[in-house]
Ligand binder design. Structure first.
Ligand SMILES: *[C@@H]1O[C@H](CO)[C@@H](O)[C@H](O)[C@H]1NC(C)=O
Ligand SMILES: *[C@@H]1O[C@H](CO)[C@@H](O)[C@H](O)[C@H]1NC(C)=O
Ligand SMILES: *[C@@H]1O[C@H](CO)[C@@H](O)[C@H](O)[C@H]1NC(C)=O
Ligand SMILES: *[C@@H]1O[C@H](CO)[C@@H](O)[C@H](O)[C@H]1NC(C)=O
Ligand SMILES: *[C@@H]1O[C@H](CO)[C@@H](O)[C@H](O)[C@H]1NC(C)=O
Ligand SMILES: *[C@@H]1O[C@H](CO)[C@@H](O)[C@H](O)[C@H]1NC(C)=O
Length: 452
């Protein structure tokens, strides 16, 4: 049953091919190379024609003879290869037997696909960009565009370029073929909007030229200067502080404007403008902006919000058993959606934490088991961002009282000794005085001057 079906199908196809030949539509861009695979075996005579047989391009005979390669046409086996195609039309393949009977034929209809990009140069953010994709035919396939982020757009399209438009755009001839066009928008590599670290930990604030750009490109586009500046989270009046100024002379270097503990990356000449700091502080919280300013006053910049996590303890880290303690773990701001906090008490602590994700943690009565390292971690989609720790020292209440008593006793004893000493001295002086007086009574000595 199945075999019969296949057989009849094969017969049908061969009849169709021998009788009418077949046609294939090929979509090509000017300048591309095309390979047209001839369908049949090489027992017979093969001819390739162009434009309704007006041009005989190539031939093959059964004795191993074949036409020489000519201009941009060459034969590989049965296939015709066309290099740098400039003329579009129909190519015809014909296979004949020795007596000139047509055995099979195939027509290849080459349609020109033209892709246009205006302007065809580096774009600045904000420049208009037009992309078009067209097929020179009455029956056009369905055509649309895919952005570098694979979002679908209609054809043709006109947009104001942003750094997100940088990359490969794809013209899709639905179910036929895809053609890529590269769009270059002057910009900085996308950086995460938030970067997390904690007090005394290191962090690199990223900024780099988009990977396809070099300083040479930017100089061509009239770059004026590059700057890093900082807007502290807790600022008096949104004041900005310039951190680094880039020198565009050779060698390209980031020059610190003031001493801020930040170090530029070693490969600034290659476009890496990142800044690293070994120990971040609470005061470093804020926005770090890396900007390129061009002659026409266009600014291209990226801003990274640096969040420094810190645990603080009220009333302090030296505690006595039984005290109530409030710990808070925060970046000084509400956490963005999707970022979660997690508390990790010291191993021995028996505190039941009701809400692991709350900024504040209250220990109603600390015990000695609560002493040690308390940690809080920030997580986003099961990826740890950073963590902070705090050491709590907890003294048993008894020892504190004993210390107080011992100290008190020591102080009292010292006071008593001092008192005794003073009293003793005073008595000694008093007896000496008395003896002195007694002595004067026995042998009175003349006092002052006597007249003689
Ligand atoms: C072959 O290439 C030349 C230029 O190198 C061009 O003028 C000519 O049109 C091309 N032929 C076809 C069929 O595309
Ligand atoms: C063209 O791109 C679309 C969307 O990415 C994809 O589904 C399709 O398979 C591609 N077609 C070809 C011929 O590569
Ligand atoms: C930092 O940038 C964000 C988003 O760009 C903004 O919402 C925030 O107000 C900025 N903070 C400061 C201190 O400038
Ligand atoms: C940084 O450089 C630019 C251009 O060279 C200059 O206008 C600006 O005043 C400089 N800023 C500082 C803080 O040095
Ligand atoms: C830039 O330099 C920093 C610090 O040296 C490094 O961590 C980062 O990976 C570099 N970035 C690029 C894009 O090379
Ligand atoms: C500790 O936190 C609780 C609730 O978070 C609050 O009611 C209390 O006033 C805080 N106590 C101190 C001493 O800060």
């Amino acid at each position: 049953m199945m075999n019969k079906l296949i057989q009849s199908a094969l017969v049908f196809i061969s009849v169709l091919m021998s009788a009418t030949g077949t046609e294939q539509v090929v979509y090509v861009k000017a300048g591309e190379s095309v390979t047209l695979n001839g369908p049949a075996s090489s027992y017979h005579y093969v001819d390739w024609y162009f434009n309704d047989k007006s041009q005989h391009i190539a031939w093959i005979n059964p004795f191993g003879g074949r036409s020489p390669n000519k201009d941009n046409f060459s034969l590989i086996g049965n296939a015709l290869v066309i290099d740098n195609i400039q003329q579009f039309g129909t190519f015809i393949y014909e296979e004949k037997s020795g007596n000139g009977r047509l055995i099979s034929s195939k027509t290849y209809k080459l349609l020109q696909v033209s892709v246009t990009k205006t302007p065809d140069s580096l774009l600045m953010s904000g420049d208009s960009l037009t992309l078009g994709c067209n097929v020179a035919a009455d029956m056009k396939p369905y055509i649309y565009w895919l952005t570098p982020r694979e979002e679908q757009r209609t054809n043709p399209l006109s947009i104001r370029a942003t750094s997100e438009d940088n990359g490969q755009w794809t013209c899709v001839l639905k179910n036929i073929r895809n053609i890529s066009v590269s769009v270059v928008v002057v910009g900085l590599s996308p950086a995460p909007t938030h970067q997390y670290t904690s007090v005394n930990l290191p962090l690199t604030v990223p900024c780099s030229l988009a990977s396809h750009l070099s300083w040479k490109h930017l100089k061509e586009k009239g770059i004026k200067y590059v700057q890093w500046h900082f807007t502290p989270k807790i600022s008096s009046h949104g004041s900005q502080e310039v951190l680094f100024n880039l020198s565009l002379e050779d060698p390209i270097t980031l020059r610190p404007v003031n001493d801020n503990g930040l170090h530029p990356a070693s490969d600034t000449t290659k476009g890496n403008l990142s800044l690293t700091k070994k120990q971040w502080k609470e005061a470093d919280r804020g926005n770090y902006t890396c900007s390129m300013i061009f002659n026409n006053d266009v600014t291209v910049s990226t801003t990274v919000q640096v969040e420094v996590l810190q645990i603080s303890s009220y009333p302090g880290t030296q505690l006595i058993v039984g005290q109530k303690v409030n710990l808070s773990c925060s970046t000084g701001d509400l956490l963005p959606a999707g970022v979660q906090l997690k508390w990790i008490p010291p191993e021995k602590s028996s505190l039941r934490i009701s809400d692991h994700h709350s900024t504040h943690l209250t220990i109603p009565e600390v015990g000695t088991d609560d002493k040690g390292r308390w940690r809080c971690e920030l997580w986003q989609n099961n990826i740890p961002l950073t963590s902070a720790t705090i050491m709590l020292k907890i003294e048993p209440i008894l020892s504190v009282w004993m210390l107080v008593i011992i100290c008190g006793a020591a102080v009292i004893i010292i006071l008593l000794l001092v008192l005794a000493f003073i009293l003793c001295r005073r008595r000694q002086r008093a007896t000496r005085h008395l003896r002195h007086r007694l002595c004067r009574c026995k042998n009175p000595k003349p006092k002052g001057f006597y007249r003689t």
